[in-house]
Design a protein around this ligand. Structure first.
Ligand code: 0RQ
Length: 503
C-alpha cells in the first residue's frame, strides 16, 4: 500500500488507469478535478482519450461531456479534444486544441460563471453526473480525502456523481494537508443560510473531502506534476498598466475611500493580471489580503515579500519554478493560504460582504465601458468568462486592465462597440490601459465615452474614436448612449477584411 493511501478499503481499490477509464460509459457526464492547470487527474484522462480515439476510429463513435473546475492541461483537455471525445465542455477552458474544436463547431462549450457551476448541477439543470474523476494528494486512515493543488468543484463532483474514481498523486506536497477549507453548509433555496465568512482567512469548513467509500469504484496512483503555462515576464506596457492601477489605489486611500491595507484583492488570469501583481510588490502597500480564485506566481511573490498576509483561493496556477518553491515550503505557506471550493471562493454573497477589489484582463472594451473578455472579433472564443463576472458585479470596485492595442498595434482594444459582451457598463468601475485609467464610477454614458477615449485609447486610434463619437452625438437614434448602428462594428469588419483596424 502506497504511503499516501492510509486506508485499507481504499487501498484494495487500486487499479491501472486503463481499467479505471473502462468504468466511464459512452455518453457519460464526467466531472473532473482541475482548475487553471492545478490538481487535474493525470492518468485516467489519457487512458480515456485512448479508448475514445480507438472507438471513434473503429466507426463506433464514443464521446463524453466534460465538466471541470476551470482550465486543466494538455494531458486532460488537450488529449480528450484531440481524440474528438468531448461532446460538451464546461466551464472555463484555455486549451488550444479545445479552442480550435469549439471554434470549428466540432465541440459544444457552455461558458458558465464559475460560482454558478455547482448550483447548476445541484439544481439538476445539467443532467445527472455519472462519474467523478478527482485528483487528491492522499487518503487518511479513516478514509477522508486530502485535496491537492486545487479544490474547484470537487466537493460537488464527489457528492453528485454515481461513481467516483480517485487519483492519488504523490507528486503533490504532503504538507498540503490542512491548507483546505471545505464548506459543507451549502444548500438549495429555500434552505439557504448565510455563509459565515467575514475575513478572507476565516475557516468555516473542514480540511478534507468526504466521500462514501462504496461510491469509489477505482483508485489510481500517479506521481506526475501539475503542468502550468509559464507567464511572460512583465513588459513595459504591463508595467505601465500596473503603475496606473497602483496610482488609482493610492488615490483611493488618500481620499479615504479605501483603508491603508486596501480591501481583499482578486486578480484574474493572464499575463497582464500577473504583471499587476508584480507591480503591487513594488508599491507602498503592506499587510494586504486576497480573496481570489487563483494563486499565480505574482501572488506567491507578494506572500514571500510580506506584502500579502492572507490569501484565500480555490487553486494554484504556478509556473514550474514557482511550484518548486511552493512544494519546498508548503508548510510555511499553509499559515497564509487557504483553498476553498469555487462556489465559496467566488460566491457573490462573500465577494460583496468582503468588498473585493476585482482586477481582470479583457479582450476589448467599448467607449461606454462594456467589456468583452472572451471573444475575438465577436465569434471566436478565446478562454471563457471564468470568475471575472462573479467578482466584477459584486466587487467593491471592479477594475479591468488591457493593453490599448493588440496584434502589434493592428487592433485597438478600445472600440466603438464591443463585438461580444461579458460585463456590461453597469459592472465596470475603472478601465485601465498603459495610456491611463478611466474612473467611470457615477458617470453617465456620454461622460464615460469622453473619459475612456481620452484616458485609455491609444493615441493612434483616438482621433477615429472621437470622430465616431462626435458623429454619433449628431446622428444617433437616441442621445443617452449615442451610436451609429451601421458603423459601430465596422472596426471589427475592417480587421477581418484587411488585417488591421487602422485607417
Ligand atoms: O494573443 O498571444 O496570439 O498574440 O489575446 O492576450 O495581452 O497576452 O492577455 O494573457 O492577459 O489574457 C482576456 C484572454 C487576456 C484573459 C484574456 C490576443 C493577444 C494574445 C492574450 P497572441 P494578452 P492576457 C479569473 C478571471 C477572461 C477570464 C477572466 C482571460 C491573447 O484575461 O481569459 O478574466 N480573461 N477570469 O494578441 C484580438 C483583441 C485582443 C486580442 C488581446 N482585442 N482582439 N486579439 N488579444 N486582445 C480567472 C479564472 O476565471 C480562472
Amino acid at each position: 500500500m502506497s504511503g499516501r493511501i492510509r486506508n485499507h478499503r481504499m487501498a484494495s481499490k487500486v487499479v491501472e488507469a486503463d481499467e479505471a477509464a473502462r468504468l466511464i460509459p459512452a455518453g457519460a457526464n464526467v466531472g473532473m478535478s482541475g482548475f487553471t492547470g492545478a490538481g487535474y487527474p493525470k492518468e485516467v484522462p489519457g487512458a480515456l482519450a485512448k479508448r475514445l480515439a480507438e472507438a471513434n476510429a473503429s466507426g463506433d463513435p464514443m464521446r463524453v461531456s466534460l465538466w471541470t473546475g476551470a482550465s486543466t492541461a494538455p494531458e486532460l483537455d488537450g488529449a480528450l479534444a484531440e481524440a474528438d471525445g468531448i461532446e460538451l465542455r464546461l466551464p472555463y477552458q484555455s486549451d488550444p486544441v479545445s479552442r480550435e474544436k469549439i471554434n470549428s463547431g466540432a465541440m459544444d462549450y457552455t461558458d458558465i460563471h464559475l460560482s454558478h457551476v455547482a448550483q447548476r448541477v445541484w439544481q439538476g439543470f445539467l443532467g445527472p453526473l455519472d462519474v467523478a474523476v478527482v485528483e487528491i494528494s492522499g487518503i487518511t486512515e479513516d478514509g477522508r480525502l486530502i485535496p491537492s493543488s486545487s479544490v474547484g468543484n470537487n466537493k460537488t463532483w464527489i457528492d453528485q456523481a454515481d461513481r467516483v474514481i480517485l487519483e492519488v498523486n504523490s507528486w503533490q506536497s504532503e504538507q498540503l494537508e490542512g491548507m483546505h477549507d471545505i464548506y459543507y453548509g451549502t444548500a438549495l433555496p429555500p434552505h439557504r443560510n448565510p455563509i459565515p465568512l467575514t475575513e478572507p482567512g476565516d475557516r468555516i469548513g473542514v480540511p478534507h473531502l468526504e466521500c462514501p467509500p462504496e461510491k469509489v469504484v477505482a483508485v489510481v496512483e500517479t506521481e506526475s506534476p501539475d503542468r502550468n503555462t509559464v507567464f511572460k515576464e512583465p513588459d513595459e506596457v504591463s508595467r505601465m498598466i500596473a503603475g496606473h492601477v497602483l496610482d488609482f489605489l493610492g488615490s483611493e486611500v488618500r481620499h479615504g475611500r479605501l483603508p491603508q491595507d486596501l480591501l481583499p484583492l482578486q486578480s484574474g488570469v493572464g499575463n497582464v493580471a500577473n504583471a499587476v501583481l508584480a507591480g503591487l510588490g513594488d508599491g507602498p502597500f503592506h499587510e494586504l489580503t486576497a480573496y481570489t480564485e487563483v494563486i499565480q506566481d505574482g501572488m506567491l511573490d507578494l506572500i514571500d515579500s510580506g506584502t500579502l498576509r492572507t490569501v484565500s483561493a480555490t487553486a494554484f496556477s504556478l509556473s514550474p519554478a514557482a511550484v518548486e518553491r511552493f512544494n519546498n515550503n508548503a508548510a510555511d505557506y499553509r499559515e497564509r493560504i487557504l483553498l476553498r471550493p469555487q462556489e465559496i471562493s467566488n460566491h457573490p454573497e462573500v465577494v460583496r460582504r468582503l468588498g473585493c477589489l476585482a482586477m481582470n484582463g479583457i479582450v476589448e472594451a467599448d467607449i461606454y465601458g462594456n467589456i468583452n473578455s472572451t471573444h475575438m472579433m465577436g465569434s471566436r472564443v478565446q478562454n471563457g468568462i471564468g470568475g471575472s463576472g462573479d467578482f466584477a458585479r459584486n466587487a467593491y470596485t471592479s477594475i479591468f486592465v488591457t493593453p490599448s492595442t493588440a496584434k502589434s498595434g493592428a487592433i485597438s482594444t478600445i472600440v466603438p462597440m464591443v463585438s461580444h459582451v461579458d460585463h456590461t457598463e453597469h459592472d465596470v468601475d475603472v478601465l485601465v490601459t498603459e495610456q491611463g485609467a478611466a474612473d467611470l464610477r457615477g458617470l453617465a454614458p456620454r461622460q464615460r465615452a469622453r473619459k475612456i477615449i481620452e484616458h485609455c485609447a491609444h493615441p493612434d486610434f483616438r482621433p477615429a474614436l472621437r470622430d465616431y463619437y462626435e458623429r454619433s452625438l449628431a446622428g444617433s437614434h437616441g442621445g443617452h448612449t449615442p451610436h451609429l448602428l451601421d458603423e459601430s462594428l465596422s472596426w471589427h469588419v475592417k480587421y477581418l477584411r484587411e488585417g488591421t483596424m487602422r485607417a
